[in-house]
Structure formats: structure tokens, C-alpha cells
Design a protein around this ligand. Sequence first.
Ligand SMILES: [Fe+2]
Length: 165
Amino acid sequence: MSIVAIPEALQINTEQLPYVDNWGAPGLKFQLLMADVENAVFAVHIKFPPGIQLPPHHHTGAVHAYTLSGEWGYLEYPESWSKAGSYLYEPPGSAHTLKVADHNTEETSVFFVIHGAMLILDASGKVASVLDAASHIKDWAKALSEEGKPVPKIIVGGSAQHRQI
Ligand SMILES: [Fe+2]
């Protein structure tokens, strides 16, 4: 009989986790909380400055978003912007353009769980870059280092192995 370890619940205090202060755009603050390459999922906390608009993106997997403060939405769905307390589900295959409300006076704080990859599109609709769990592990650590901040522990996957069962 084999013994299988019982997984442990893992917690991170986001108040003690550094932000990258300019993640792909000026003033966009970004924390990577969890990245599981094997299961193709990652979790992030983002603080958006008022009025920012990001390039359009396409999702290969589902996204769950919970808004903590501020107001934001997608240009493609002007009737359903998110405010504090909003939960947003983005189905696989969805594509849209993130915009933070111009009238915001505070940062817009959102927690995302993102499955699969985000394909960042250029002005002609072609894929300009691919962002996923693996790219975030590499890019977030690099960006923190470039801002002179220590790279903390985060929650990662990585249990695939040959094992007698
Ligand atoms: Fe999205």
C-alpha cells in the first residue's frame, strides 16, 4: 500500500507581499499570489490607477474576478462594469479590452484567478504576447528584482513525477 501525502492549505498575507509598481503600464501594481504551471492556472491581485486602458486580450481558459474597490470593466460590455463586491466570470474564448473608470479617485483593486493563457493582442488583432502561469513566475520575479525588491515565496504547483501508486 502506498502512502499519499495529504495536501496542506497554503496562505499568503497580501499586505506583506511586494508589488511590482509598473506592471506593463505606468502605475499598475501587481502581486502574483499563486502560479501552477501543470494545472495552467494563476492567481493575482492588481491595483489599477484611475482611467487606465490596457491592450485587448483573449483568454484560452476561464477567469474569475472579484473587485475589492474602485470601478472597471470591458469596453465590449459597457452595461456591466464591476464595482466593489462584484464577481465577474470570463468564459474561455472571451476577448475584451480592460478599462478603469476615468472618474475613479482611488485605485481599483481586483483579485483574479486566471486559467490557461492570456493572449495580448496588437492593434491589428494579432497575438503580441502570451501570458500564463509559467511566464508570470519568470516575469514577476524579474520585474521585482529590477525594482530592487526581494522576490518572496509564492504558492506554486509542481508535483508531477513518476511515482509508484
Ligand atoms: Fe479578461
